[in-house]
Design a protein around this ligand. Structure first.
Ligand code: ADP
Ligand code: MG
Length: 348
């Protein structure tokens, strides 16, 4: 299933080309009366056109804020943000609105927030197309610049007879969430941002939404989804874990990596933190082979490869003896194998 336009160019135009995102030291501060909340504390993140990414992380870590800043709904307090070829920190409110109408589709948390309750499913999609550029609604569709509402609804699997003509409150929760996706996709955006689209859905509805996201992804659209759902994370291929307003970890095809921050900091994986509690003094020793190890003060490091003495954490060889896992590679520290098997005993 691809998103095709219902016009003369229908056969050749699938989705708009994917839009990439680049964040450098991105900061967002909510200014409240009497105090500030730093929701994003320097996010460094690159997402390529057509890539699909799941944003994970504990509640309050800044995921929704990051989505809103990328969507242009919130203006960054500091740092750099480029979406497509536009520098979002320099864009005027009108340019941001235009961008949301054409290039970026947003699904806010809670499907109903994205829908007009008194319009049918089809009319909701139609309404979302009203502001798409100079060419409006029907004219744009005739030119093949925009897909017809039914084509958009079929992309998210809302094709059952009669479902297009009913209002959102007559749809099931899963259908409503897919309609919210369809509304966000109405103008064939190159970037889809969705905040917890599968939360509060039963497993069948959840699978329907996951299938809809998959067809959007396959159509070439860049997809960024905030989720707690491991199934969504797995489907996306790349996971980015936000912790305390920064990128704390990344997962690629099932492997987990910690990410070195611009200030040189690194979020240790939980199992390592269990060993090195906050406040522990460690020596960070760079090895000739390009790996590094953390040695707590008072512990004598051993140099034999793969040897693990109490408290001597040799990245690269912990427990697994496999130098390809658990090492610093290209500036990325993988925590994947640090505690693998033997480690707890050794520190216990
Ligand atoms: P997440 O989506 O990961 O749960 P949020 O981006 O919603 O995190 O929130 C990040 C931080 O910003 C939290 O400390 C939260 O309390 C705060 N925050 C979020 N929205 C607002 C707001 N509108 N006003 C003030 N603080 C907010
Ligand atoms: Mg949130």
């Amino acid at each position: 299933m691809t998103l095709t336009a219902s016009g003369p160019q229908a056969s050749q135009s699938s989705a708009r080309q994917g839009v990439g995102v680049s964040c450098r030291g991105l900061v967002y501060i909510y200014r409240l009366e009497g105090y500030d909340v730093v929701a994003l504390a320097g996010v460094d993140l690159d997402i390529s056109p057509g890539e699909s990414v799941a944003l994970l992380g504990p509640s309050g870590s800044g995921k929704s804020t990051l989505l809103s800043v990328v969507a242009g709904l919130l203006t960054p307090s500091a740092g750099r943000l480029v979406v497509g070829d536009r520098d979002m920190t320099k864009a005027s409110p009108a340019e941001l609105a235009q961008m949301r109408a054409t290039q970026v589709g947003v699904v806010l948390q809670g499907a109903s927030r994205n829908l007009l309750p008194y319009l049918s499913a089809e009319q909701n999609v139609h309404f979302a197309q009203r502001g798409a550029g100079v060419q409006r609604g029907a004219a744009a569709r005739r030119n093949g610049a925009l897909p017809g509402p039914r084509d958009v609804l079929s992309l998210v699997g809302l094709t059952a007879r009669g479902r297009m003509r009913v209002r959102p409150d007559q749809l099931s929760p899963g259908e409503r969430q897919r309609l919210a996706l369809a509304v966000a996709l109405a103008n064939r955006p190159g970037l889809l941002l969705a905040d917890e689209p599968t939360s509060q859905l039963d497993s069948r509805a959840r699978d329907e939404v996951i299938a809809a996201l998959e067809s959007v992804r396959r159509a070439g659209t860049t997809v960024i989804v905030v989720t707690h759902d491991p199934a969504v994370g797995m489907q996306m291929g790349r996971t980015v874990t936000i912790r305390d307003g920064r990128v704390g970890a990344e997962g690629r095809r099932g492997e987990d990596f910690a990410v070195v921050g611009r200030d040189g900091s690194i979020h240790l994986p939980h199992d390592v933190l269990d060993v090195f509690s906050p406040g522990t003094l460690v020596e960070v020793l760079l090895e000739p082979d390009g790996t590094a190890r953390l040695v707590p003060v008072g512990q004598t490091p051993r140099t034999a490869s793969g040897d693990l003495t109490a408290g001597n954490l040799t990245t690269g060889n912990i427990a697994s003896g496999n130098p390809a896992s658990g090492s610093f590679r290209g500036g990325i520290f993988t925590g994947g194998n640090l505690a693998g098997g033997a480690a707890p005993d050794l520190w216990g």
